[in-house]
Write a protein that binds this ligand. Structure first.
Ligand SMILES: *Cc1c(COP(=O)(O)O)cnc(C)c1O
Length: 362
């Protein structure tokens, strides 16, 4: 079976974990500090604060930026639900702006139309490993004095105009879930150039406590363990190589898919380094069989595939009960057409050929 995703773990990670287990310090300790320093160094931000998930990183990032009850936060309808849910956790209101159908990312023109008196922040998602249109996004945030927060949970190592994502906004959130470009099992990271934001994030991660058993604010237990951090340190060393494998696999897939009628290969903006967290195509009517039939056919041939995402966030049951309506035609159309194919670093050249011949029906 060619899996849709698979972590890339070697002896380095295994040995690093054993070393931590032998050290006696297994919860947050020196390895977390080392991972934070290395990650900040890699992204090029002043600070990085590790958490126990990407969702925790997002929640902490929004709280540290002061998002609270009554604030509106503009975000994309086409993402994993954690993006918008982190706004709800703060008691704030997600306002959705439809996507650019080419990139699947939030459309800056749509964002402009959603800005109102209560708009406090813009939460962008660099979906599938492709950075958003940062020039337009930064200009909007400057013109309207909006706080920019990046959900970079799918974009470790992605670049816009030669700059790493995770350093554009007031802060950013990364995830190290096993399907992502690098993993710690579960885990997350906040990156920021703002010392005050970093300090707030550290406080929130630690039950609002700077000094043990003295609590200054309502915080959480969002700490990463040294076990996870030890894995992260080794994964970070491999990130560039793993991303290169993804990019190569994507190139090979696109070469074949370009020749197939009814399938659209992913668009890559000329401004970006796309790190292909997912390789996502569109299946149109011209293809002959439906997307559902294609998924079944691939599965019969031992090829995993997955629909990210079958429902836009405002169409999810949770959001319908909150009074949201499905009014995002471009996100809805994407939900009906997208299909992600295996692109991760463990997929071999031979397997790419198998995927392509399954798609052409040979
Ligand atoms: C994975 C992901 C998250 C959440 O990360 P977890 O580590 O699973 O909590 C948030 N946003 C996006 C876009 C993601 O892909």
């Amino acid at each position: 079976m060619i899996l849709i995703s698979q972590p890339f773990i070697g002896d380095e990670e295994k040995n690093a974990v054993l070393e931590v287990l032998s050290s006696g310090i297994v919860a947050q300790g020196p390895k977390v500090q080392e991972f934070e320093d290395r990650f900040a160094g890699y992204i090029g931000t002043e600070h990085a604060v590790a958490t126990n998930s990407g969702t925790a990183a997002l929640h902490t990032a929004l709280l540290a930026c002061g998002i609270s009850m009554g604030d509106e936060v503009i975000t994309t309808p086409f993402s994993f639900i954690a993006s918008a849910n982190s706004v709800l956790y703060c008691g704030a209101k997600p306002i959705f702006a439809d996507i650019d159908p080419k990139t699947f990312n939030i459309d800056p023109e749509e964002v402009k139309e959603k800005i109102g008196n209560n708009t406090k922040a813009l939460l962008i998602v660099h979906l599938f490993g492709q950075p958003c249109e940062m020039d337009a996004i930064m200009e909007i945030c400057q013109d309207h004095k909006l706080v920019l927060i990046e959900d970079a949970c799918q974009a470790h190592g992605a670049e816009y105009d030669m700059n790493e994502v995770g350093g554009f906004g007031r802060c950013a959130a990364f995830s190290f879930y096993p399907t992502k470009n690098m993993t710690t099992g579960e885990g997350g990271m906040i990156t920021t150039n703002d010392k005050i934001i970093a300090g707030k994030a550290r406080l929130l991660r630690e039950h609002g406590s700077k000094t043990r058993y003295h609590h200054d604010a309502l915080g959480y237990n969002y700490r990463m363990t040294d076990i996870a951090a030890a894995i992260g340190i080794e994964q970070l060393k491999k990130l560039e190589g793993m991303n290169e494998r993804r990019i190569e696999n994507a190139k090979d897939l696109t070469k074949g898919i370009k020749k197939i009628k009814g399938l659209a290969s992913p668009y890559i903006s000329p401004m970006v380094k796309h790190v292909f967290h997912q390789y996502t195509i569109r299946v149109n009517e011209e293809y002959g069989i439906t997307r559902g039939e294609l998924v079944k056919k691939l599965s019969e041939k031992g090829i995993g595939s997955s629909v990210y995402y079958p429902l836009p966030i405002p169409s999810q049951e949770l959001y319908k009960t909150l009074g949201y309506e499905s009014r995002f035609p471009k996100a809805e159309q994407a939900s009906k057409e997208v299909l992600s194919l295996p692109v991760h670093p463990k997929v071999s050249e031979r397997e790419i050929e198998l995927i392509l011949s399954a798609l052409t029906g040979n």
